[in-house]
Design a protein around this ligand. Structure first.
Ligand code: NAD
Length: 510
């Protein structure tokens, strides 16, 4: 074990000691990568602080992880689902027990505040608890037959070894909401987390091991997308890939998967609208918009990046939003009183800064923010001011493209129809929100909006473990995640015909 290479600030939450390096977990054993190559896990709040080295594993090590998952599959498949569930319940209890420690790790390496990180940890725990319950419920259907003494039914069966490839922005919730349904359904897993958040991934798997998961059922392998991710997607023994990340990589994964007719689930980017009608409670709408735009530094797939507002109330609404943005305290995510952390890494930070330039070029009105913060406590981190632009046109780049930073575009519209048109006029379709007290327009919005999740008088962010989650259009392909339906992706539906007449018979059924 080592301490970080620069001293952590004395104030704020206690910080766990990071490992010197992260190790792969294959076939129930923790081992260093043979590649000898690694990248540092750098704290986004203080770029001088190194939280251990992340191995860049080789394609051969991916093969070994897949082999371990292949070997473990028959035993796990034949373990009754309610018995598998007991391990998930233990995993859930361990995550709850270590919630503060994991939240501190997550905040330190990813950059969201401790409170946000703790919320994410509890989301992971909720999903696991829900999925453990599914261990006693996964079922099929019994169907009437056209033939006498014939039993027709369906059964959900596991696929085999599956790959789970995850992004950095929800480094515990997303792996858990993929792994829990995969495991309860009887699949084995090779898990490739983002290299930016290795420590959280390691704790997730350590706690699974502590919960009693048999060796080889979950294998963790660190490394680059190009070497490890690609090899996983192309590996013939991998029976499905559940991917969350950017549209660029998701398109590549989906295309590669299609070449061998692989089952692939992709959850990708968002450009989520929050629509405010003239009869809305403006205060509620403004608080939700600020929360959705600046929460988790805007680094959420469900972040509110467009406020679409009826012109007659827009001046007042923007004034309220600006006041809320000015109250955001930007800084070290583990420091007391901080309400917004940094961008996750120099690449993401650069993207946000470039979009601030794009906004300038598009001639929109800067209401607040628009700059990097680099004074005093911000000097060594990747901090951007919460930023609001007004007068944005639905066809501008800042209104169409995912920025993944604390940047909100206000788009003024004349009426409900225009609001719906603008809301839908993007390639993404993850989450949306409508603020109104008009029940007719509320249901019409639900009819027309092209997003997988619709909120009414609640922010675009957030969701519950028992409810399906996922996007339409360019955001998602494959069946939904979370909720009971999540098991569908990780199972094959088999239809069984059992004839118990014991006699020969002819049939004209096709
Ligand atoms: P990313 O696409 O860069 O990386 C995601 C994962 O894919 C990482 O583990 C990465 O190493 C891996 N990868 C990279 N190249 C690969 C390849 N060629 N083959 C296989 N795997 C490869 O995404 P990111 O920057 O980590 O995450 C941010 C993005 O994720 C945003 O666009 C965000 O909207 C999206 N996201 C979507 C959801 C959702 O549910 N819709 C949730 C969270 C994040």
């Amino acid at each position: 074990m080592s301490t970080p290479t620069a001293p952590a600030p004395a104030t704020g939450r206690p910080r766990p000691t990071p490992p010197a390096r992260y190790r792969n977990y294959v076939g129930g054993k923790w081992a260093d990568s043979a590649s000898g190559k690694s990248v540092p896990n750098v704290s986004p709040a203080d770029q001088r602080v190194i939280l251990g080295q992340v191995p860049l594993s080789t394609p051969q090590e991916v093969d070994a992880a897949v082999a371990a998952a292949v070997q473990a599959f028959p035993g796990w498949r034949d373990t009754p689902a309610p018995v598998r569930a007991r391990i998930l319940y233990k995993w859930n209890a361990l995550i709850e027990k270590h919630a503060d420690e994991i939240a501190a790790i997550l905040a330190w390496e990813e950059g969201k505040t401790f409170g946000e990180a703790r919320g994410e940890v509890m989301k992971a725990a909720n999903v696991i608890e829900f999925m453990a319950g599914e261990g006693r419920r996964i079922g099929g259907a019994t169907l009437p037959s056209e033939m006498p003494k014939t039993f027709v039914y369906t059964v959900k069966q596991p696929l085999g070894p599956v790959a789970i490839i995850t992004p950095w922005n929800f480094p515990i919730a997303i792996p858990c909401w993929k792994m829990a349904p995969a495991l309860i359904a009887g699949n084995t897993i090779v898990f490739k987390p983002a290299t930016l958040t290795p420590w959280t991934a390691q704790r997730v798997v350590e706690l699974l091991e502590e919960a009693g998961l048999p060796p080889g059922v979950v294998n963790l392998i660190y490394g680059s997308g190009a070497a490890v991710g690609d090899q996983l997607v192309k590996h013939r023994s991998i029976r499905a890939v559940s991917f969350t990340g950017s549209n660029e990589v998701g398109t590549h994964v989906y295309t590669e998967g299609a070449k061998r007719l692989l089952k692939v689930q992709c959850e990708l980017g968002g450009k989520n609208p929050l629509v405010v009608l003239e009869d809305a409670d403006l205060e509620l709408a403004a608080v939700a918009t600020a929360q959705g735009a600046f929460g988790s530094t805007g680094q959420r797939c469900t972040a509110t990046s467009r406020a679409i507002v009826i012109d007659s109330i827009a001046d007042k609404f923007v004034e309220m939003l600006a006041a809320l943005a000015k109250k955001v305290v930007v800084g070290d995510p583990l420091a007391d009183g901080v309400t917004m952390g940094p961008s996750v890494d120099p690449g993401q930070f650069k993207t946000v800064m470039e979009y601030l330039g794009v906004a300038k070029g598009e001639g929109v009105k800067l209401v607040t923010g628009g700059k990097r913060l680099e004074d005093g406590a911000h000097a060594n981190g990747l901090f951007v001011e919460p930023t609001i632009y007004d007068g944005v046109n639905g066809s501008m780049r800042i209104a169409k493209e995912e920025i993944f930073g604390p940047v909100l575009s206000v788009i003024r519209v004349k009426d409900f129809d225009e609001a719906v048109h603008v809301a839908n006029d993007v390639e993404f379709g993850l989450s949306s929100s409508l603020y109104t007290n008009d029940v007719n327009r509320m249901y019409r919005f639900v009819d027309l909006i092209e997003t997988g999740i619709v909120h009414v008088n609640s922010p675009t962010v957030g969701g519950e473990a028992q409810a399906p989650f996922g996007g339409m259009k360019g955001t998602g392909v494959g069946t939904r995640e979370q909720g009971a339906v999540a098991v569908d992706f990780f199972t094959e539906l088999k239809t069984v015909y059992a004839d118990y007449t014991g006699t020969k018979r002819t049939t004209n059924i096709y």
